[in-house]
Design a protein around this ligand. Sequence first.
Ligand code: NCD
Ligand code: ZN
Length: 348
Amino acid sequence: MTSTMQIALTRPDDWHLHLRDGDALATVLPHSARQFARAIVMPNLRPPVTTVAAATAYRARILAALPAGMAFEPLMTLYLTDSTPVDEIRRAVASEFVRAVKLYPAGATTNSDAGVTNLDRCAAVLTEMERSGLPLLVHGEVTDSKIDVFDREKVFIERVLKPLLVRYPGLKVVFEHITTRDAADFVAACGPNIAATITAHHLLYNRNAIFAGGLRPHYYCLPVLKREVHRQALLRAATSGNPRFFLGTDSAPHPRVSKEVDGGCAGCYTAHAALELYAEAFDAADALHRLEAFASFNGPDFYGLPRNTGSVTLVREAWRPPAAFAYLGGDTLVPLAAGELLRWKMRG
Ligand code: NCD
Ligand code: ZN
């Protein structure tokens, strides 16, 4: 058997990314800009990005932090709250750079305290989004502490997502960073206005990774890694050719001190090797030929944006990501797969 030695892809995009702000941008932004032409930038800053005015300023800070000679287009999002006014949705649509609105159920994950407590409070906003075609991006986990943490996505589908789609059948929804077979099956059975992003780490690892050889906090993210049956279902969905599944890294940097500590933060940092990690997963499933649509076509097609021109090349070459990057003055950022052998490397 001969194995492919290199693959060229139309320049891809990242449809779910945490870039943070301030000094953090200098470390993480070049990693994403090297691989991706555009990214949907998450609004969970402190304070969250709840207005077009705040998104405009945040976008300007991102562009100012971009190293000379690098091209990268941040696609901005608004953080939905119980009191987001309908006019903010109109301003978002008119801006042409705010591309989506993010629903964090209050308390579901990092910096989600200001999130939505009851979707009924957002009825007018959701009606306007349905009318104008602005997508709703959902962190799909219930926050009910009585529900087992491994079941919160599955329960979210029943309790929140299905009723939402009955009420707003034309709303464009991206079920973000899906982690279960239930979510993959649900999205596959939906109509053309429902899509999902899948991270590289949920394609590569199951929940055992968090405990292998001792507690490994850098494999802790939300929604948390699930059982192997779920990983396999995600891999099948990502490699199925269904255009409603696409790439979203959910690369979520936290300083080492905030990860390697009691009560450590959720989030895996993957921007340093995002494409390589996806290539690893697709290769293992014998589906490298499906990577380009997943990474470069399905996202822009769903969002109604043009596909990118230009290309990136991945070569079959063994390498190891560094143990850490310098981050925020004296701290470090530990990337996923730090020091592990990867078999694909992006050229350039
Ligand atoms: C994200 C973060 O750190 O901002 N963490 C994570 O585990 N994915 C928040 C999120 O997307 O849930
Ligand atoms: Zn995220």
